[in-house]
Design a protein around this ligand. Structure first.
Ligand code: FE2
Length: 382
């Protein structure tokens, strides 16, 4: 069996064996230590909301690490609630987490990955533009390299060098451009992201999460097989151009010794295996950070990405939408979700301000022995 040893992945092989192919990494199972928490499932497909739980109580419990490990697994896989398929790739803590410190937020984000096999030497991400003078401090005026302050107004200054070729001022916004998985521009992208909203406008700014497992499962087997042969370039040249314009250096390394280059153009598998569940997820086929499907013509590149985006936007039953309230929290698994903010806060008074910590996982891989979630669980469509 494949094992996790000191956080490093050990590849197992069964060459010459008549057994079914073995997974490269053994999936993890929850011990049930957080089953005592009240929750509601947001949809049958994705999302779980804890209406009253306080993260600080989990941290102060005698079995804190066990609960954090089970929380991580809950975020990555699914629970079966009321006989329905429920996949919890994003969990929400609705009760205000106002006593949770920044250090605790970072600790939780770090431990979720550490307890579920994050490679040794990987930790929390540092944003490439951390040195930008427009990068806002936190509410108390301090800065932290592992905390990314999300501010709807400051973003306009931070990304002023970004090209928006598809943005025509006279046309309505296209919110589908917002879909992404965090830090795909890194060789080792994010595993868990933890966002706490500190300030919200009167309405608007909701975030949506989409299940990458379900996106994969909704593609026909023959086309899935083709997509599994593909990689995508995830280029984000805005970081170099922003640093050059601002006269400061790109931050490096960024949560992993492997995230120290300045090119921001890695190739990632279009379909990947989730290291915690062993299930296939449509990962780098579409979105803000996916710039090119490799090895195909430009026409085919456009066709493939348009197809995946169409599949995504026609499947709103795979979406968990979260309306932010002050000090609410969402934690999600990036290998099996895409998420999108709703760009409508300019229509109302108030600023949307959040603090995000993000862990850095492994180099994304596709394990040929892995299966789609529905196949692995024997779930029919109807
Ligand atoms: Fe994001």
């Amino acid at each position: 069996m494949a094992m996790r040893q000191n956080g490093n992945y050990v590849t197992r092989t069964n060459e010459g064996s008549s057994e079914a192919p073995k997974l490269r990494i053994e999936p993890l199972k929850s011990s049930g230590s957080i089953d005592y928490l009240d929750y509601v499932d947001v949809t049958p497909i994705i999302g779980r909301e804890y209406p009253t739980a306080k993260i600080e109580d989990i941290l102060s419990a005698p079995n804190s690490e066990q609960q954090l490990r089970d929380l991580a697994i809950t975020i990555c896989e699914r629970g079966v609630g009321r006989g329905l398929l429920t996949e919890d790739a994003a969990v929400f803590f609705r009760a205000p987490q106002d006593n949770l410190t920044i250090e605790q937020q970072k600790h939780v984000t770090y431990m979720l990955g550490k307890l579920t096999g994050r490679p040794e030497g990987h930790g929390l991400h540092v944003h490439p533009l951390y040195n930008d003078p427009n990068n806002l401090p936190m509410a108390d005026g301090t800065r932290d390299p592992n905390i990314y302050v999300i501010n709807s107004e400051a973003m306009k200054k931070l990304y002023k060098t970004m090209k928006h070729p598809s943005r025509v001022p006279s046309e309505p916004r296209d919110p589908s451009l917002e879909w992404h998985s965090d830090s795909l521009f890194e060789n080792c992208p994010s595993d868990f992201s933890f966002l706490r909203m500190q300030d919200t406008p009167s309405c608007g700014g909701d975030t949506l999460w989409f299940s990458g497992y379900e996106l994969y499962d909704r593609i026909s087997p023959s086309f899935r097989g083709y997509l599994e042969t593909l990689t995508a370039t995830c280029a984000q040249p805005v970081f170099k151009s922003a640093c050059k314009a601002g006269g400061y250096d790109v931050t490096s390394p960024r949560g992993s010794p492997l995230n120290k280059n300045y090119e921001f153009a890695p190739s990632h598998p279009v379909v990947r295996t989730h290291p915690v569940t062993g299930w296939k997820s449509l990962f780098a086929g579409v979105g803000l950070h996916v710039s090119r499907i490799n090895g195909v013509s430009s026409y085919e590149d456009t066709m493939i990405r348009d197809y995946i985006m169409r599949l995504l936007t026609r499947s709103h039953d795979c979406v968990a939408r979260f309306h932010w309230t002050k000090q609410a929290v969402c934690i999600w698994s990036n290998p099996c979700t895409l998420h999108a903010a709703t760009p409508d806060t300019h229509l109302v008074d108030g600023i949307r301000v959040g603090v995000r910590a993000s862990g850095i996982g492994e180099v994304p891989y596709l394990d040929p022995a892995s299966k789609g979630r529905r196949e692995a669980l024997g779930l029919a469509w109807n």
